[in-house]
Write a protein that binds this ligand. Structure first.
Ligand code: ADP
Ligand code: ZN
Ligand code: MG
Length: 489
């Protein structure tokens, strides 16, 4: 992580994040409506999520279980009893006029998550994890009369969310980016959210302040909203903290306010703070019982927890003797790590499997904009290909070409091998013939070699490889070339 942005001469940056994660339950948090994304507006609504008078909420048990998974993965203490509260504010997409959330008695508190590379890792405190409902969506664009009207879609109203609040422990925009990336990875491993920032299933507000280096008191913070991607988060924080430093350096003071990131202008701007100042008038939700988490429930959830990224990285390191960067890269996604382990299960060499999964296969996937789960090469096929390389039946160069063919056609390795005649050429006669042709076609280079420029041998090997479309056994080709070049012209 670049140290430059952490401390600019005399300023230290302080950042805390508030992250909302949409949970992947089938139904909403307090009613039976579907949470499916992308359906026609207002087709998943009922008296509860429309906020009709007299309708009563019933808590979705799956939402609590998923929130517990997140809280445990973030090393939080689970409160045996927590409470729902009404957060009051007025906005057209909030039909009840309040959001059911948790306030002074949240589900879980006092956790942490590690960021940074091995050996220089750092714990970021998690203040709390609580449950709440999402609001609906205001549609300000895309209609013929959008210049005059806004529309409301309440399909999202009542979708379960967890809010994760960090301590002000982050010290640079890069650390904030790293934190959010890892948090997303953990949520994906837990399979409790799809964390799609564009679709809004992962949302992040960033709080930032600066203070004199060495100070232990916090400076005045601003809260930056409208961060629709990980890069926006990092850019917005870089802009905002620089802005604060400039204000302070020129003798001004920071006003506590909410600011919005404007990506087209690459800057944050303040919303008029008075007008947007909130007094939420929280009070306990009278329609819901306190949420009691029994030891039995916790145990059941703990047993269901998957192996998390850090633990998996450790295991890959030791079980397969992988280099740290490979293990770290493979565990950035559960699917990638699963794929790798499936390749090894089919008797491929672990290092080869790691290199080819992260190298050749990944670049083919990138080229065709596919995710690993959509790979046209199943793990057992990559394993088969790697066995051919390990047994030296094909060269690495041919391996790459073979993988590309298998990738493009979704056909089995064995079939493509046979059809394309990719088998390695070990036949000394055939290699000698090719070597003779290559030498005869390049008399100038041959003379240079004989006059002592022996490093040109590698170039000759390359020519033989080219002539055999990568099929020649390179070691053998080299020996044959040497012998022939040593002979009389
Ligand atoms: P608010 O009352 O404005 O919601 P909180 O104390 O609840 O503020 O904190 C909200 C988020 O802001 C948390 O992530 C916290 O770590 C962060 N935060 C609080 N104070 C500061 C500060 N001075 N600088 C940077 N981040 C801060
Ligand atoms: Zn409903
Ligand atoms: Mg707060």
């Amino acid at each position: 992580m670049p140290a430059a942005s952490e401390v600019s001469n005399q300023h230290e940056i302080v950042i805390g994040l508030e992250v909302h994660v949409q949970l992947l339950t089938k139904t909403k948090i307090f009613c039976g409506c579907s949470t499916r994304f992308g359906d026609p507006a207002n087709t998943h609504t009922c008296p509860v999520c429309l906020g009709l008078p007299g309708a009563l909420p019933v808590l979705n048990r799956d939402a609590v279980t998923m929130a517990l998974k997140a809280a445990m993965a973030l090393n939080c203490a689970i409160n045996p009893q927590s409470r729902f509260a009404r957060k009051n504010y007025f906005y057209p997409d909030l039909p009840k006029g309040y959001q059911i959330s948790q306030y002074d008695e949240p589900l879980a508190e006092h956790g942490w998550m590690e960021i940074g590379a091995e050996g220089r890792s750092k714990r970021i405190g998690i203040t709390r994890v609580h449950l709440e409902e999402d609001a609906g969506k205001s549609l300000h664009e895309g209609f013929q009369d959008s210049d005059r009207r806004s529309y409301i879609d309440l399909n999202r109203s009542g979708t379960p969310l967890i809010e994760i609040v960090t301590e002000p422990d982050l010290r640079s925009p890069e650390e904030a980016y790293d934190f959010l990336t890892r948090l997303k990875t953990v949520m994906l491993y837990l399979e409790i959210s799809d964390c799609n920032m564009e679709e809004g299933s992962l949302r992040c507000d960033a709080n930032a302040s600066v203070r004199p280096a060495g100070s232990t008191t916090l400076g005045t913070k601003t809260e930056v909203k409208n961060l629709n991607s990980f890069r926006f988060l990092q850019k917005a924080l870089a802009y905002e903290t620089k802005r604060q430093m400039d204000v302070i350096d020129s003798g001004g003071t920071i006003e506590q306010e909410t600011r919005l990131w404007d990506n087209s202008e690459q800057r944050t701007y303040g919303m008029r703070s008075k007008e947007f100042a909130h007094d939420y008038r929280y009070f306990p939700e009278p329609d819901l019982l306190p949420l009691v988490i029994t030891e039995g429930w916790k145990d059941a959830v703990r047993r269901e927890l998957p192996e998390l990224p850090d633990a998996r990285q450790e295991r890959l390191l030791h079980e397969y003797a992988l280099p740290v960067p490979s293990a770290a890269q493979l565990t950035t996604s559960k699917e990638l790590a699963d794929y790798f382990e499936a390749v090894v299960t089919h008797d491929a060499d672990a290092r080869l499997a790691a290199n080819w999964t992260l190298g050749e296969l990944q670049s083919l996937l990138n080229e065709s904009k596919k995710a690993i789960r959509e790979s046209p090469v199943p793990p057992e096929q990559l394993a088969e290909l790697l066995k051919l390389i390990a047994e030296e039946r094909i060269t690495g160069t041919i391996g790459k070409e073979l993988l590309r063919q298998v990738f493009m056609t979704s056909r089995p390795v064995s079939e493509v091998m046979k059809e394309r005649g990719f088998e390695r050429i070990d036949d000394p006669e055939q290699l000698a013939a090719t070597a003779r042709q290559v030498i005869a076609a390049n008399p100038k280079q041959a003379t240079q070699y004989r006059n002592g420029k022996t490093e040109i041998l590698g170039w000759f090997v390359g020519q033989v490889m080219k002539a055999t479309r990568g099929q020649a056994n390179p070691k053998q080709a080299q020996e044959i070339l040497k012998t022939q070049l040593a002979g009389k012209p």
